[in-house]
Ligand binder design. Sequence first.
Ligand SMILES: [Cu+2]
Length: 157
Amino acid sequence: MKSVLFLLALVFVAGCVQTTTTVPPTTAPATTVPATVQATTAAATTVPANATTTTMPAVKEVTVNITSAGFSPASVEISKGDTVTWANKAASPSWPASAVHPTHDVYPESGGCIGSRFDACKGLSTGEKFSFVFNQVGTWKYHDHLNSGSTGTVIVK
Ligand SMILES: [Cu+2]
């Protein structure tokens, strides 16, 4: 009788020990899940950090619409290295180019087709665009080479 009680007590203790041993494996996977979540959170934090780094040095692009009434807006202000894109929304062709007509040589970068690099070098048809990167600080007047009375200004700071 005594030995049966002892055996029962042993089984009970063994059962308790077994139960205690089962708990840590349950806790271990639970610990692994937050670790995975942390890793995912860390990766998610890295992506916006990269996106911010990419956004900061990004140059600005300003669009000037060419309408039947002229360049709109007629004057734009940008920073050095920014791009101005002329989009022809008019029914007739337009040829944006540096002042002064017809030499186009005011903008101080040689090249292009007439007197400077700031020159579309052709009439843009309706829907067509011309982009130019301004690397020279200054106030640069331009005109429509096909309608020289139509003018605009790009201020580069
Ligand atoms: Cu011209």
